[in-house]
Design a protein. Sequence first.
Length: 398
Amino acid sequence: MNKNKLIVMFITFAVLIAVTPLIFGKLMNSKFNQMLNDLRAKGMKIEVVEDKSTYLQTDKVLEVTLPAKLLNDNGIIDEVKLKVETKFKNLPVTNVVFLGDLKKIVLTQPYKNNEKELNDFLGRFIHFTVTTPNFRDYSYKFDDIVINDTPKFGIEDIKGVFSSSDIFKNKLTVKDIYVKDQKGFIEVKNLKNQFEGNEKESYSKTEFNLNVNVNQFQLQVNNISSTTKTVLDKKVTVISTLGFESLIVPNALSAKKLDIKAELKGVDRALLEKLAVANEYEKETYIDQIFEKGFDININSNLKDVTVMNKKMGGYELSLNIKFLPTQNFREKVNTNNIDFVDAKLHLVTTPEIAGILMNTVPQSSFLFALAKKENGQVILNLEFKQGRLYSEGQLIQ
């Protein structure tokens, strides 16, 4: 190979080295800007407040605002503001890294008095790192939060994966959340949360274990699980579940397999949205209108193998269905104890032992259990309330 060819090859190689960061920097920045625009279209506010980029590296500081509709926080938080620095090499194969800090949490009006204290506290601890190879899937990790005070508080190993497409998807895991002092501890272990949804429909599921050991009181609840599904149409539907595999208070109480499912159907969406932003003077009006439009509540629950002080108590099965029928003058009817707009059915199967506990705990329930029938060692209660009258096993109770 002659000298001229070597010179040409060297120059070609040098040019490739020189232009690669420029070319791939343009490509990566194009993808980066598209990611920002996609997130903006989902409702995030994103502003580039500082650009520290060099020839070899893109380095930009962003201010990101997450609105309430993306937070799934039950109306406590209005928005969250973050400071995020994003860095990536202008090279063909690279991950984009985001380094984030909490800037401010803006609370809704009922919680405004707590806003400064909350931000002063969380601003010291909320720091995170996010990495993405494709601007669609993001792995994130928060710094551990450990407050060595009395009591000691900690949240450890906080990480997850977030995906952005037509549907938001988020999977969060936390190894340990605890409060400890010389009297004992309260600990949530192996918390897992998954969420997916868009503006019309969402689903979330949370799982964890709970351990309590305070002042010689001990409680262990295994495999706690809760879910919430929300469908937003002209009418709103919310379906929630709660349960656990086992509950143990040593030498005192144990139970297995609690399941509760609650369903809210038919709430007028427009009125519910007005209620969410109403002031104290407007809320009563919108609540009245929601009841006047009507909606349904259904609850189903069961629990097995209850033991109290080593005595087997059995379990229960419960179903409760309540229809709030369309009506007028809701407030006037309530004030005059006229609830003819309510249709309700209750079905309960349990044991005499649990019925006895309920009557001792809630003396007002004694009247209802007096209407129950007893078959095969079980207490069976079938009640129906309609047009302002109470029925037991189909018979009117005078």
